[in-house]
Design a protein around this ligand. Sequence first.
Ligand code: SUG
Length: 446
Amino acid sequence: MKHFEVNFDGLVGPTHNYAGLSFGNVASLNNANAISSPRQAAKQGLAKAKALADMGMVQGVLAPQERPDINTLRRLGFTGSDARVLESAAKQSRQVFLACCSASSMWTANAATVSPSADTSDGRVHFTPANLTNKFHRSLEPQVTGRILQGTFANDKYFAHHTHLPDNEHFGDEGAANHTRLCTEYGQAGVELFVYGRHAFDSSKPAPTRYPARQTLEASQAIARLHGLEDESVVYIQQNPDVIDQGVFHNDVIAVGNQNVLFYHEQAFYKKDEALAEIRQKFGEKPLHFVEVPTDQISVMDAIKTYLFNTQIITLPGNEMAIIAPTECQENEAVSRYLEELVTKDTPIKQVKYFDVKQSMRNGGGPACLRLRVALTDTELDAVNPNTLINDNQFARLNTWVDKHYRDELREDDLRDPQLLSESRAALDELTQILNIGSVYPFQQD
Ligand code: SUG
């Protein structure tokens, strides 16, 4: 049996904009009110996805969400025609309005936590959409995310879909951004690492003081239970509260794993030595590489600025690993030097490739944020909705679709334009046909 790790990249939605919505995410706050380019953003994402497909990787896409989110605005008391809802929300409650316009579902690392069939008690691939409770704009995502995942992984013989955790800060869950799986081969049982920012029910435990910890231990434990993971193959690690306070709002901003490699910053974890020892013990005797980046070589600040750890480490056909980095890493002297040296060292990582995803980076989303990893056997891959997988034909269709529907530039004032709402709905209606995922959007169900 063959197995693969498939990356499902989030298609950037037509309302991609910079609204400064994510307190604790430095890039999001620094770029608030900048002019965005939804078209460029969508094309940068598609180009990265296509490049990975061209490297021989199996690559998929996940549909974006319907925005502006008129239904939520109506739930919050705005009435009248859609145009009126937009107008009055923008005027009366700017922050709420902006939250309802965000294209943040593009960061599919936050779409869900996924456990491959090799790890789960019933031998199916398990998905739990993240509730994203810490940010209002992101808390609007899980329901439709669940539908999109079901439209993409539509066979319940192989795929188990759970409802997102209770929408409450106690169970704050940010999905795969705080989850990494280590294994020897993707199809063999692995060790799942759940990294959390705080304990929800024990305030005596350390926690960040300046910026929020978005993920709780209790949420991570609930996911492990739902997915039927065995205690011996799960490690819970607390993120270092100090780095959260410096702007590391998800673990994937400071650590990334692939197969038997864990690449992380010296300051990533609280009680690091204990955590690494537990991983080592649960992983067993097989070769395992801890690639630790010391602070005196790369500061936490540089890691956040360049997203050195928000890189994708992928295993290419032929088994060499490559690191997929944003061009910000190339532009930083210390970081590019580090990466050049890394590929010559005694680790499986042998190549580095840079991608321009600046439209996403300005909101704090690097290459790894843009993708959800799903490890699959060949039989499971055959059960995935084939229209969601990237090949030359689907890539061309999606690029043409972006050209047809997306604006070149978007400013805050454009978001209240009823025309943008119609354009977005027309785009998404067509997309559900291109991807054949069914009527997942509220406007298609009314
Ligand atoms: O949740 N930014 C996203 C970035 C998510 C990155 N994902 C991972 N690290 N996996 C967030 O903070 C900013 C939107 C705005 O400000 O307009 C935003 O939502």
